[in-house]
Design a binder for this molecule. Sequence first.
Ligand code: SF4
Length: 379
Amino acid sequence: MSDPYAGLYLHVPFCARVCPYCDFAVRTGNAAKRHSYVESLLAEIELHAGESPTFDTIYFGGGTPSRLEPGDLDRIVARIGERLATTDDPWVFLEANPEDVTPEAAAAWKRTGVRTVSLGVQSFDAEELAFLGRTHSADRARDAIGICRETGFHTVSIDLIYGLPGQTTDAWHRRLDAAIETEPDHLACYQLTIHERTRFALLEKRGELTQMPDEGQAAVFRATHEHLNAAGYAGYEVAAFAIDPEHRSSHNMKYWNHTPYLGLGPSAHSFDGEKRWWNHRKMDPWQREIERGVKPIDSEETLSRRELLLEALMIGLRTYRGIDTADIERRFDTDLLAANRELVERLHVNGLILHHGSRLIPTLDGLAVADSLAAMFRI
Ligand code: SF4
């Protein structure tokens, strides 16, 4: 089923401090920098006036969008409504860090139209929070969840990180239970990955940090899905769980369904169904291009039919719905099942995928290795 509307992503590159595992385009920045960024973002919106697809989701990600003044968020959403095409009532998502959540800020976000708040909680354990370089406490996170709940947002989502060095499955179960006690509508659970050019990569190189071995990672991945599914949070993607379907992220589902999206702000990526392009990662070149009246695009690539198909398999096998081979045939004129009969049989026997009608659905073990599964298909 194709989605008639595109998604709009706005990258807010500011954080109170940069976490040691983070490889996003982020920086600290004072109020003057944030103000100058907002003016540039408003100007970037203008550069797309009259030519945008129609958006039904507006996603403020980062970075820490809750670092922006509520009045600035309001101005940005108002400008989007004036200059770009949107549905009457687009769904606004806001990523927020617990320390920025106050009753006043939350009330202002709600007036702006925010319906999903996604809180960067990461852990409910003091030692883990310190290891991850986070500045909030578990109690502050609980307060923030409570404030969001009282403010009446449609969806309160929390992000957690697992697979920390030495973390046992039991310890991770306790973190999940602490999260479940706060009754979020949605959870996003990410495996800790050590990216190049981060503080953790440096520590690893010096032998001061050791990543959890693969078998441990596989065990906590499985524990995450089994524990949350048993608690009523149905998984729908490798990292996403919702208490019911209406709390799923309609914005992220666009990425997983290959629906077009436009990204504004430094480093933001866009996709129109065939072509992908991305903005300058650093603030200065991004701002300079906008000042010249030019879209601040760093580079672009047009995906071949084969690349698009491989991507569709990868993202499909990362979801609980899996791949609809009939849909693949319609889009790519390829009979995936006929070309991969033996492989599908083998993956089925090995407990990695289920085959229901035209659908190939990954099992939990299949989800854990979704990217390598996709690469096995003859396309
Ligand atoms: S708060 Fe999030 S975006 Fe900012 S540095 Fe930490 S992990 Fe990165």
